[in-house]
Ligand binder design. Structure first.
Ligand code: NAG
Ligand code: NAG
Ligand code: NAG
Ligand code: NAG
Ligand code: NAG
Ligand code: NAG
Ligand code: NAG
Length: 336
């Protein structure tokens, strides 16, 4: 009798643990769609995150988990190679790049955050183009594992701007006009008065911007002499209203605070196709996830209750909570 109470107690405890584990697993596997400033990253939470013991784990303070790697032989394929520039002066720590001038800030389970590029055109009081019109654009390479994430927006700042963002089979823009007055500009509102933004299609690997101004800022020059356009992570940009329209450090502010988010995936096969190949990358306790970009490719994701790097032996490992649960279930079996 006493033994039975013990068992039912253990049983209810294990049910609780099970619920807790699944809740915890859900909150880590479902990436939040509205605010993703904290991306899921279990890929770096493993004792070994490189393919070979000799491969570098870090470039400066950036952790580089397999399938990414520094130098050939350390990455899954050439597209996942990261250049670690150690030649920079002693005052700067080594810096990671994936292409000329494209700096890597962070690598997570499904994304990579990289440095930005901002288009700018500034005018004189009389409407002459001042600084050389700086364009913005980026080409990720057709065979590379990257494409621009839907977490980015094409954002335009200015009171006399109708710029365009152009990519492969894609061209779109928005109107950012203020009817020659700053009255309609409201901090935090990006709906056409001094600020506008548009979504981008998934799977884009290339874009460029074209700045177009109707009156060359002549009607708005006293509070907005320049127009800006950039692609970047939506949740990281907050429109500050007039302060942004007349901010000589606007470009620096965006470069320092708003990264571009890339989606990454292995190859161009779907999970079903990849699982039939001998180079299928997902190890034990993980499942295959189709990239969702429309370009093909897949990633591996630890099973609920497991964490670690699914691409590196020994693969994802049970976390403390699941181990407890297994222990409890084992005890129930034993007492039964
Ligand atoms: C990494 O290093 C850079 C430059 O030294 C620094 O700006 C950045 O805050 C560091 N990041 C982390 C996460 O420590
Ligand atoms: C605006 O600037 C462009 C480039 O400098 C120039 O070609 C054009 O004539 C200007 N338009 C107006 C209305 O000032
Ligand atoms: C772009 O459009 C062309 C013509 O419609 C089509 O053949 C091509 O597959 C498209 N490319 C992409 C990447 O969608
Ligand atoms: C805005 O200013 C420009 C240049 O000064 C002028 O040509 C235009 O008519 C003005 N637009 C409105 C809506 O007042
Ligand atoms: C815009 O900035 C300039 C230089 O920083 C300053 O002189 C001017 O007063 C500012 N204009 C407005 C409307 O804030
Ligand atoms: C996202 O979360 C961060 C930190 O929790 C917060 O600072 C930021 O304002 C949030 N952004 C949005 C768009 O909710
Ligand atoms: C898929 O990748 C392979 C090897 O990287 C390449 O040869 C092939 O052309 C790609 N297929 C498509 C549809 O992009």
């Amino acid at each position: 009798m006493e033994r039975h109470t013990q068992v039912s107690l253990l049983f209810s405890f294990s049910v609780c643990a099970l619920i807790l584990t699944s809740v915890a697993a859900q909150s880590t596997t479902n990436s939040p769609s509205t605010n993703t400033s904290t991306p899921t990253t279990t890929i770096t939470k493993a004792a070994s995150i490189t393919k070979l013991p000799g491969c570098q784990k870090q470039c400066g303070n950036l952790t580089i988990p397999y399938p990414f790697g520094i130098g050939s032989g350390c990455a899954l394929e050439p597209g996942f190679e990261i250049d670690c520039d150690t030649s920079t002066s002693t005052t700067r720590s080594p810096t990671a790049f994936i292409g000329k001038g494209i700096q890597v800030y962070h690598i997570s389970d499904a994304e990579m955050r990289i440095s930005n590029t901002v288009a700018r055109s500034c005018y004189s009081l009389a409407g002459a183009l001042l600084l050389p019109d700086e364009a913005a654009g980026m080409y990720l390479g057709s065979s590379q594992p990257y494409s621009f994430s839907e977490l980015n927006r094409f954002t335009v700042i200015g009171c006399d701007e109708i710029p365009l963002m152009t990519g492969l089979n894609f061209s779109n823009g928005c109107f950012s006009l203020c009817a020659n007055s700053s009255d309609a500009v409201v901090e935090g509102r990006c709906m056409g008065d001094g600020c506008c933004r548009i979504e981008i299609p998934k799977g884009l690997k290339y874009f460029e911007t074209t700045m177009i101004s109707v009156y060359n800022h002549t009607g708005v020059w006293d509070f907005n002499p320049c127009g800006y356009a950039f692609l970047g992570e939506a949740s990281r940009f907050h429109f500050r209203g007039l302060a942004d329209l007349n901010d000589t450090n606007f470009v620096e502010r965006i470069m320092d605070n708003v990264p571009i988010v890339l989606d990454w995936a292995i190859g161009n096969l779907t999970c079903v196709e990849a699982q039939q190949h001998k180079d299928y990358a997902c190890l034990v306790n993980s499942q295959c996830v189709d990239s969702g970009t429309g370009l093909g490719g897949y990633r591996c994701s630890c099973d609920p209750g497991y964490e670690g790097n699914p691409y590196v032996s020994p693969g994802c490992q049970g976390n403390l909570m699941s181990l407890l649960l297994l222990l409890v279930l084992g005890m129930i079996n034993f007492y039964w």
